[in-house]
Design a protein around this ligand. Structure first.
Ligand code: AMP
Ligand code: GLY
Length: 420
């Protein structure tokens, strides 16, 4: 089969790696890709949010299956376009991608099916939003309705912070994404991510993970896209995962189908767990980054079979073949991230790191230039390892980090602290 992966982050590098483990893959193209993907597959320069351009590329290159990594092409309707011309692809329609692209939409669906989540109200008017905050008090959470590159959520510990967030959002900071604002009850607890494949009807859980959003050790400093992850997440026990499936995910998926927008792809449920009960924080319509890296490390070659079955509506025939293992990924970022950072520094020592089913350095923001690998983004490498225990996976990951020679980069040294 000829397979196309859309995206250029660590998530897509891990997807490409897992796909290449599967003998069904004859040819793999990544668009636009990065230095890691360039080393293992072909890369193509393609506007991945342009459905027509992607469909033409697929026809020209006899692509049989498209794996869509990020949310932007999904929200832009690339999956709809591909399916309309008969190309099999993994990822929801633009209508179903609203589960990530509109927080108000998700809250409304949750309310319709009684899925446990934070109480909320939605506003298009700043005065009404301010009055609501004054009545509710802090802590309280203010969210831009639309996609805001992960920056549209303010967890306000004081009323003043919440009011400032209202000014920012209605002031146009997030453009159209902030024209409507959702204000939510602050939920306490421990967060974890639950990944479920959905083929419109059947739901198949494929793993749990925990991310580390803050840039600094002991979860301090500003929020990032994620500085490291591990799988499984012990806080998401089988019993709690079952509750999340029965009380939150299956009812949401049934409601989406009932409304004529069946969901197909991976559903990433961010959950808040407290006193043994899960509540929904948010849905994403794609794999998490860096959570995908640990899931792919654990699933390996079967990931492609699962994703194809998902795209073809055959999930009820599938089972996940679990190994009793653990995986961890540590993000190496450019100094300064998530603020300003420089691009172009050289990363050395990659060849000193093992590459096998227990060790992989996935590339995120990198580019290849005359045989050298250069930093080309904020999050640059995802140093990923698998082990019989989380402690073993962690030791392997940090051993690889110690072999790398990249003084312009940094990482957190405490990934996995909650579980260890
Ligand atoms: P989101 O983009 O919706 O995942 O929000 C980003 C982060 O904000 C989440 O991962 C949580 O850590 C936090 N958050 C969002 N909503 C709430 C809430 N209602 N209560 C507490 N924390 C929240
Ligand atoms: N790591 C968080 C996310 O992908 O949204």
């Amino acid at each position: 089969m000829n397979i196309l992966v859309l995206g250029s982050g660590g998530r897509e590098d891990a997807l490409a790696w897992a796909i290449l483990q599967n003998p069904k893959c004859d040819r793999l193209i990544c668009a636009p890709g990065n230095a890691g993907m360039e080393a293992m597959a072909e890369c193509a320069d393609l506007d991945i949010c342009n459905g027509g351009a992607v469909a033409n590329f697929c026809e020209e290159n006899a692509i049989d299956f498209v794996m869509i990594g990020p949310e932007a092409p999904l929200a832009a309707g690339v999956a709809d376009r591909l399916r309309a011309v008969g190309i099999s692809c993994f990822g929801p329609s633009a209508a179903a991608a609203k589960l990530e692209a509109s927080k108000a939409f998700t809250k409304e669906i949750c309310a319709a099916v009684g899925a446990p989540t934070a109480a909320y109200a939605r506003f298009t008017d700043a005065h009404a939003a301010r009055d609501y905050i004054a009545a509710q008090g802090a802590p309280i959470v203010v969210k831009a309705d639309g996609l805001a590159a992960g920056k549209g959520v303010i967890v306000a510990m004081t009323e003043a912070e919440a009011l400032a967030a209202i000014d920012t959002m209605f002031g146009g900071e997030f453009g159209a994404a902030g024209a409507e604002v959702v204000i939510e009850e602050f939920m306490e607890g421990e967060e974890a991510s639950f990944f479920v494949l959905v083929d419109g009807e059947s739901c198949l859980p494929i793993g749990t993970a925990q991310d580390h959003k803050r840039v600094g050790e002991s979860d301090t400093g500003p929020n990032t896209g994620g500085m490291g992850a591990y799988s499984p997440a012990p806080v998401l026990s089988d019993a709690i995962a079952d509750m999340a499936l029965e009380q939150i995910i299956r009812p949401t998926m049934a409601e989406m189908a009932r409304r004529g927008m069946p969901y197909q792809g991976v559903l990433y449920a961010g959950l808040m767990i407290r006193d043994g009960q899960p509540r929904l924080v948010e849905y994403n319509v794609r794999f998490g980054d860096p959570e995908c890296q640990v899931l792919m490390m654990r699933l390996g070659a079967q990931a492609l079979d699962l994703m194809m079955a998902c795209a073809e509506g055959r999930l009820d025939e599938m089972a996940v073949n679990w190994a009793d293992d653990h995986a961890m990924t540590v993000v190496m970022a450019a100094q300064g991230y998530p603020g300003e950072y420089a691009k172009g520094s050289e990363i050395r020592g990659l060849e000193a790191c093992p590459r096998d089913s227990a060790h992989m350095v996935f590339h995120a923001g990198t580019k290849a230039e005359r045989g050298r690998v250069l930093a080309n983004g904020g999050r640059v490498l995802n140093v990923t390892a698998r082990g019989a225990t989380l402690a073993e996976a962690r030791a392997r990951a940090y051993d690889m980090i110690d072999r790398l020679d990249w003084p312009e980069g940094f990482c957190r040294r405490d990934i996995g602290w909650r579980a260890l």
